[in-house]
Design a protein around this ligand. Structure first.
Ligand code: HBI
Ligand code: FE
Length: 297
């Protein structure tokens, strides 16, 4: 997920020029399917009343409750009918241009491997649980599906402008770690949250992080951390509004403007922010102090 770290320059052996590989569903072991089932049950249990209704509906309509790692072809068949999306397998992180080209063409790339049983809580590279459980349910939602495809087109343009670091923040704070307001309450929808046992509680209930109303320019100015729970979450009013802002904005002048404005740290509050909750940052501070103590002693 870290956009910097690409292991390969060109597709590894066995991968097509667009970096896709066969999912090879028959090759999963019993243990692999069991790991999926464990992760799935643990997450599904805590999501009602926490996850966006659109996410929960996606789990239903795509029959993700069926035991075992989903078959990408079955998922693609259902998604194709609903929103025109497909799920294709890749060996791991793919280069940015390849990633965006897939999104622009409504193909979501998912790792086909699953974490080991001793890695249930944390894994650096996105595996099939993060990619499919975390990302795929919302692709069944028309507005979100359109947003992801628009993001892919925007990513290809951002590469031309040399502004990918700015646009990547939009992905991070929406697709990966976004919150949404539904019926007057906050709900999670970002894949990094909904696929995380700890963060799906932390993002909504912990007093530590800031929660701020979504603003496109504000988000694109904000640094993020990839190594721990977020220090700030941005709250969108609806997927339709997120889509509208993204397709109606001309990003070229915005990128130029952002060149001349300073970045914000994850825990900064800006004068123009619509603050929903000001966090204590106690979690992040305790972590930082712990790290300092450990390196001192
Ligand atoms: N590759 N497989 C995979 N998954 C991603 O989420 C991904 C990627 N390559 C690049 C990339 N993400 C980034 O460019 C975006 O997160 C912005
Ligand atoms: Fe992800």
């Amino acid at each position: 997920m870290a956009c910097e770290s690409h292991v390969y320059e060109s597709p590894p052996e066995g991968a097509a020029v667009d970096w896709t590989i066969p999912q090879d569903w028959a090759a999963y072991s019993q243990e692999d399917h069991h790991t999926w089932d464990l992760l799935f049950e643990r997450q599904v249990e805590q999501l009602p009343g926490r996850a966006s209704q659109a996410f929960l509906d996606g789990i239903d309509v795509l029959s993700l409750s069926k035991p075992g790692i989903p078959d990408f072809e079955e998922l693609s068949e259902k998604l194709m009918e609903l929103t025109g999306w497909q799920v294709v397998a890749v060996p791991g992180l793919v280069p940015d241009d390849v990633f965006f080209d897939h999104l622009a063409n409504r193909r979501f790339v998912a790792g086909n491997f699953i974490r080991r049983p001793d890695q249930l809580d944390y894994l650096q590279e996105p595996d099939v649980f993060h990619d499919v459980f975390g990302h795929v349910p919302l692709l069944a939602n028309p507005a979100f599906g359109d947003y992801m495809a628009a993001y892919g087109r925007g990513g290809l343009r951002a590469l031309e402008f040399g502004s990918l670091n700015k646009l990547a923040r939009l992905y991070w704070y929406t697709v990966e770690f976004g919150l949404i307001e539904e019926e007057g309450a906050l709900r999670i929808f970002g894949a990094g949250i909904v696929s995380s046992h700890g963060e799906s509680i932390f993002a909504l209930d912990d007093p530590s992080p800031n929660r701020i109303g979504f603003d496109l320019k504000r988000v694109m100015r904000t640094n993020y951390r990839i190594d721990d729970f977020q220090q700030v979450y941005f709250v969108i009013p609806s997927f339709e509004e997120l889509l509208r802002v993204t397709v109606e904005t001309d990003f070229a002048p915005l990128y130029r403007e952002l060149e001349n404005s300073s970045d914000l740290a994850p825990d900064d509050i800006d004068d123009d922010d619509t603050v929903i909750t000001i966090g204590t940052q106690a979690y992040a501070e305790a972590k930082a102090n712990g790290a300092r103590a450990a390196s001192a002693g």
